[in-house]
Structures are given as C-alpha cells and as structure tokens.
Ligand binder design. Structure first.
Ligand code: ADP
Ligand code: MG
Length: 258
C-alpha cells in the first residue's frame, strides 16, 4: 500500500530540487541588479548603462514587487514541502505497545526546543499541567507518528496562546491521559483565544489556515487526522469557542485487532 507518508515524501522530493533552483536563481537576479556590487558596476559601465536608473525603472514598473512576491511564494512552497517531509520521515515504522503519557512528554520536549516555534513564541513561557491517570494499559501505536500528532497540536496551542484575549491570564496547556473501556484518551487543552464555529469545523482540512503566509501551511492538523484516523483507526475531535480556548481530544483503541 502506498502510504500517505510515502506519497508526501515522493512529491516533496520531486518538488524540492526545482524549487531550490528557483529560489537560488532569484537570489542571483537580485544580486546582479545591485548597483553597489563592483562586478555589476563594471559591466554596466562597459555598456554605458546607469544601474541606478535600471533600479528606478524596476521600482516604477512594479518589477521589484514581483520579484519579492516570487521569493515569498517560493519560501512558502519550501515550507509546505518541509512539512510534508517532516511528516513522512516519521511514518512507516512498526506498531508497538506505547505509553501515551511518555510520548506526550517527548512531544512537549520537542516543542520546547523547536527553533521555529521559539521565533514566534517561546514554549517555555507556557505552564504545562499534567493530569495523567497512572498505570494505564499501553496502546498499540506507532510512537514517532503519535509524537508528531501531539507536537502539531502543541505547536498550534503555543501559536494561539500568543494571541490570547487577556494577556494578564497566564498561558496554560493542560494535558490529560485517561482510559475508556476500549480507548486510551488524550486531551490537549489551551486557554488561548479559541476559534469560531466556522473555523472549528474546517481545522482538519488540508491547507486550511487562518495564519499569515509563511507562518501557517494548514497541514498540521490534516496530518494529525491522517495519522490518528487512517493509520491508527482512532478519532480526533476539537471543542472550542471564541475566547474559550481549544481542546483537542484523541481516542486510540488499545488494540486495533480487538
Ligand atoms: N489551539 C488552537 N487555538 C485556536 N485555533 C487553532 C488551534 N489549533 C488550530 N487552530 C486553527 O486551525 C487552523 C489549522 O491548523 P493547522 O492544520 O495546524 O495549520 P496551521 O497551523 O499551519 O495554520 C489554524 O490556522 C488555526 O486557525
Ligand atoms: Mg499548525
């Protein structure tokens, strides 16, 4: 079976090389238009060309903006590709009995060290509350994939907490692990701004994002959905209201055969 991860990896690799060429070429174009670089100035002089005027022409005809737009679009595409690779690299492993609380802790650790996240909002400012029911049965799952699931949700929570409505309320994420008859249940809850019903309904759609270009790709939660529902036959849901934080609830069956 061609897994979602395999497909994503194939596409990502195929797109990566031409994309890198485009971005590199753009950089060269920009450099060679720079009137201050001696090599450019030399050639321009030979041709009797005023590079300052060339720059001015480009500004007036909007070419500089187009070049900037091309660069931004390229960077955005590169980010989507790297998200796809991040997902696929970690999938395809064997299922083994796992303790979800341990995987959750690993994901928190991963988020605390995430460079990208630190640039937007340092995860370590957030209070993490753990409500773990002890001595739970292990769950048959693919640990690395589940780590990615929890990481994606935690990253969203941290990003959302940056925009919490009342800055005097300390940012908080509550993690819960508890048993049900057939499932292990994990909850990840934040006290951020929450979301409208329209947004809530769409969060698991691929490429759905409310974030700025370059910040969000809209892939995080679709990856979550695939890993949980497709690969683990579990379920994921979100409860939220504007101003009321968000709570993601993941259910994984203890055993997919039983
Ligand atoms: N904890 C949260 N609080 C508020 N909104 C959230 C939260 N998690 C996800 N969202 C919403 O779901 C959207 C989709 O999330 P995701 O698939 O991870 O893509 P991205 O983070 O790239 O936007 C986000 O853009 C945001 O609007
Ligand atoms: Mg996200």
């Amino acid at each position: 079976m061609l897994s979602v991860g395999g497909l994503a990896a194939g596409m990502a690799h195929e797109i990566n090389n031409p994309l890198a060429s485009i971005l590199q070429a753009l950089q060269v174009v920009n450099r060679r238009l720079d009137p201050d670089l001696p090599a450019n100035a030399g050639v321009a002089r030979e041709l009797g060309l005023d590079l300052g005027l060339v720059r001015q022409y480009m500004e007036q005809r909007g070419l500089t903006d187009f070049l900037r737009g091309m660069h931004e679009a390229g960077v955005r595409a590169a980010r989507i590709v790297s998200n796809m690779l991040g997902f696929s690299r970690k999938s395809g492993g064997e299922c083994a009995p796992c303790h979800l609380a341990e995987i959750l802790d690993k994901a928190v650790e991963l988020a605390s060290g995430d460079y990208d996240l630190k640039k937007q909002y340092d995860f370590r400012h957030i209070e993490i509350i753990r409500e773990f029911v002890p001595d739970m049965e292990p769950v048959d799952c693919q640990g690395m994939e589940m780590e990615q699931v929890f990481f994606n949700i935690l990253k969203n929570a941290a990003q959302a907490l940056k925009d919490r409505p009342d800055a005097s309320v300390a940012p908080r994420i509550t993690l819960r692990v508890r048993p049900e008859k057939l499932n292990a249940v994990v909850e990840i809850e934040d006290n951020g701004p929450g979301m409208s019903e329209d947004v809530r309904r769409r969060v698991f759609e691929p490429f759905f994002t409310t974030k700025d270009v370059g910040v969000g790709t809209g892939l995080g939660l679709s990856v979550v959905f695939f890993i949980v529902a497709e690969n683990h036959k579990g379920s994921v849901a979100v409860e939220s209201a504007p101003g009321g934080g968000a709570r993601f609830v993941i259910r994984l069956p203890y055993s997919r055969s039983g």
